[in-house]
Every structure is written in C-alpha cells, then in structure tokens.
Write a protein of this length. Structure first.
Length: 422
C-alpha cells in the first residue's frame, strides 16, 4: 500500500465541514470524566488500604487490575471503532464506566472492589483510542496536533477536578461518596449519542468494505491479519506497542503512587499534597497546549522526544534534591515535562496507520503496550515495601527514556492523513 501524503491545505476536505467543534466539546468532557475516574483510585488508595486492611502490594494490585482492564477494553474498543463506529464506542464505554464506578462506592470487600474496578476499566480503556481517532478524522491536518493536545488537557483537567473534589469530600464525607459521583457521566453519554455524527472518512471506508470495493482490507476480513500481512504496518504496530508499553508503564506508575509518595515519604499533609498535585496538573494542561502547537510547527517527533526524555531526566532530580522549600517548584517543572508525551502521542500514533485499520491498529498497539504496563503499580508497591516509593519512581524514569528513544530512531511522522478514507 502506498502512503498518503499529508498536506496542510484545508480547502479540499469535506471532513472540515463536519461539526468537529461540537465533537471536540463532547470528547473533551468524556476525557475529563475519564481522567477523573482514573485519578480517583490514587486519591482513595490510602482510604481503601485502611478500610480493607491492604498491604502495599495489594494496594498496588488495584492499579494493575485497572490497567489490565483498560488494556483489554482498549484492544476490543479499537476493533469496535472500526466495526461499529467511533461515536458508538465512546457512548457505550462512557456509560459502562459511569455505572460500574458508581457502584464501586457500595462495595463491602476488597474482592468486590477489584471486580467492579476491572470491569469499569474495560470501558475506560476504550476512550483514549476512540476519542483521539474520532477527532483526528475530523480536524484539519495543519491544526491536528494542537487540537488533539488541547483535547488531552481534558484528561488532565479531570485529574485536577478529582484532586480538588477529593480534598473536599474524602475528609468530610469519605471515599464512597467520591465514587457515587461517577454516575454523572451517564448523562453525557446519552447526549453524545444523539448529537455527534460519525466521521465522514470512517463512513466512506466502512461503505467500501460493505460494498466489496477495493480497499486496504480486501485481502483479509480480520483487520489484525491485514496489519501483520503488510510489512510496513507490522513494523509500525510492533514499534508502537513497545513505545506505548513504556509510556504507560512510566505514566501510570507515577500517577498511581505520586500522591502517596508526597503524603507518606515526604510527610506532606493530605490537603497540602492535593494542592501540590493541583499545581502539577495545571502545569500539565499548559504544557499539552504548548506541546501541541509546537508539534504542528516543528514536528511530532522532536517534541515527543523532548517530553519523554526530559521527564526521564527530571524524575531523579525530584527524588534526590527535594526540600520543603523547593518541592512546589520541582512539581511544577515536573508537571510541564510529564504533560508533553501524552499531548503528542495520539497524533503521532494515528498518523502511522490508514483509516480502514486505524482503530484496530492503534487500539491494539496502545493497549498491548498497556498490558506491559500492568506491573508498574505493583512494582512500585513492591519496591515501597523493600526500599521506598522514590526508588520505584526511578524505575519509571528509565521507562520514559526508552519510550522516547524508539520513535526518535525508528518511527517516521505524518505517514497517513486521517481525513482520507485510505
């Protein structure tokens, strides 16, 4: 298959006439809820440990079960995006995690919580792939990274919201009340179903497949077979699986344990810790917008490398040089670097595969990588028992460095235009 050259000319594409701004609002709000729901575990971890008498390894396993559920959900969600549509998957996944996370506030045992959390994360795992695929196929090429980076600030804003809400609700009303609030995104899912259409490029690619016309999947009904039969797609799939695994290993290892690190090892009180985390998340939002703009100007690869390798180099600085006087500034600087990779990853990844297999390819690569990251929270929990949480964070730094090295050396940017039904 020939690559489709990406141009920045916005005039020719009918896709641009679609209501991408309305889709952006809904996807932004969905990712806000996604970020809040993923972050909720980090802020209730201490409460869960106390209520159910958990060890550090059991507490870390909650994060690993969450990642495992998200990985499985993401793989099937990517396939479902190609089969049934991007919007339909977002609606179903949002409703699924909303209901099950809400019921998590009613559990009476650790095992019940694990079961509900795992199933809820099947829905959560689909949203990153589905929302970014939907928006990449609606937004003009010359603005794509800026818009997708702005979209990812919704995820970070969700983390900021749950940070602020946790500091208010948990001390006064307990952790269960926090989970009950997650019933609210169900209303968002219902509204999106009626208001947001599927992208035109997906409709055209789907129509070609159904009508038997020649397209990229003619030789194989199974999209994974189509991926692995094509040498170029196969290599991209393997490289992105490796890079995604390392990115998620580092990201979720840090996000699951950083609040506990500040609270337990640095001795920062809960409300003060929440304030530091809020400042970090605000900086991450700013960094994502700046990174997206710069990636559209100077390229996806260089900005992604700067963010991943910069994060890797700064984690040891955070662990070894913090003092009560400088911890705030260290967290702000860390937040800026930590926010960049996720801002660029979506565009870089979606432009590596053609439309007909895009959902399956990026869902598979990203979430096979996520399976590899499942051990991150448990690894830090294990290191916390035998050394310290800070030592575990240093392991995450190594993952970030390798995550950036792979695309820098081996993955070309802008290989396909998501607006084309290629």
């Amino acid at each position: 298959m020939k690559s489709v050259a990406i141009t920045s000319d916005p005039s020719a594409s009918a896709v641009q006439k679609q209501p991408w701004k309305l889709a952006f609002v809904f996807c932004f709000l969905v990712l806000l809820c996604d970020g809040a729901d993923i972050g909720i575990l980090a802020f209730t971890l201490s409460s869960l440990k106390q209520e159910f008498g958990l060890t550090n390894v059991q507490a870390g396993a909650l994060g690993s079960w969450s990642l495992f559920g998200m990985a499985i959900g993401g793989v099937f969600g990517g396939w479902a995006c190609d089969r049934f549509g991007r919007v339909r998957v977002i609606v179903l996944a949002t409703g699924m995690f909303s209901i099950l996370s809400g019921f998590s506030g009613l559990v009476q045992s650790y095992e019940q919580f694990v079961a509900l959390r795992f199933i809820a994360c099947l829905g959560l795992g689909s949203l990153y792939i589905a929302t970014n695929t939907l928006m990449s196929e609606m937004v003009p090429t010359k603005h794509r990274t800026t818009v997708l980076a702005a979209l990812m600030t919704g995820f970070t804003l969700g983390s900021l919201v749950i940070t602020s809400v946790s500091a208010w609700i948990i001390p006064s009303y307990g952790w269960r009340t926090l989970y009950l609030l997650t019933f609210l995104p169900l209303l968002l899912a219902i509204s999106m179903y009626f208001l947001v259409p599927e992208p035109q490029s997906w409709k055209e690619a789907r129509a070609r497949k159904l009508s038997g016309e020649k397209d990229t999947t003619k030789k194989a009904e199974n999209p994974y077979k189509a991926i692995f039969e094509n040498p170029k797609h196969r290599i991209m799939f393997i490289l992105w699986s490796m890079s995604s695994g390392l990115l998620l290993f580092g990201y979720f290892g840090v996000s699951n344990w950083l609040p506990s690190y500040l609270e337990t090892e640095l001795g920062i009180k809960f409300k003060e810790m929440a304030l530091y985390m809020a400042g970090t998340y605000l900086t991450m939002m700013f960094a994502k917008v700046v990174a997206g703009f710069m990636a559209d100007k100077i390229g996806r690869k260089i900005v992604f490398a700067f963010g991943t390798m910069g994060t890797a180099l700064f984690i040891p600085i955070l662990v070894y040089t913090h003092t009560p006087e400088n911890i705030g500034w260290l967290m702000i600087t860390f937040g800026f670097l930590y926010g960049i990779p996720y801002a660029i990853n979506a565009t870089y990844l979606t432009e590596s595969f053609p439309t007909a297999i895009r959902g399956t390819a990026i869902g598979g690569a990203f979430n096979i990588g996520r399976l590899g990251s499942v051990i991150a929270p448990v690894a830090i929990g294990y290191m916390a028992m035998h050394n310290s949480i800070g030592a575990g964070l240093l392991l995450m730094a190594g993952a970030y460095f390798l995550c950036g090295l792979i695309p820098t050396l081996f993955i070309k940017e802008k290989q396909y235009d998501p607006q084309e039904a290629s």
